[in-house]
Design a protein. Sequence first.
Length: 166
Amino acid sequence: MKRRILVAMMFVLGFCSVQAQQGAENWEEMRAERVKKQAERKAGELDLKGDAKDNFIIVFTQYQNDMFSSARKSGMFENMRGRNNEPEKKELTDAEAKEKVENYFKGQENQIKLMQTRLQIQRKYYAEFAKTLTPQQLAKVFEDQPMRQMNGRRRPGGPAGFGTHP
């Protein structure tokens, strides 16, 4: 009986890991498709044609992938998971309060590092885009960047300010 249960559990765990792996692959494919559509839409907004359009789509896709990669490397996505699962205590011990403040400071430091990295990426791709785009087109490429979300406006599930509830 125990052997059957053990075999069944191994089967279920194996099946779940395969499904999780396929889910991650599907997510990456969906993200890549979304970036491609975004690049095509932006090329249309900029009224690009022919080789200029093709080149823009390639560079814009690389740019978006670098921006996403910087966020992933910073741990931003992992930090967002599980924030709302912790029950909120009304009274904190002194040690818990101190830890909460220290974690807030660490989060702010990580956010600044991420913003610096993303700024470097933006400057790099600005130079790439400037080879083929006009200044007006460049402004349109960079005006819709998600960095606005990190500059003061709190994202749902994002880092909460000190003393705020997630």
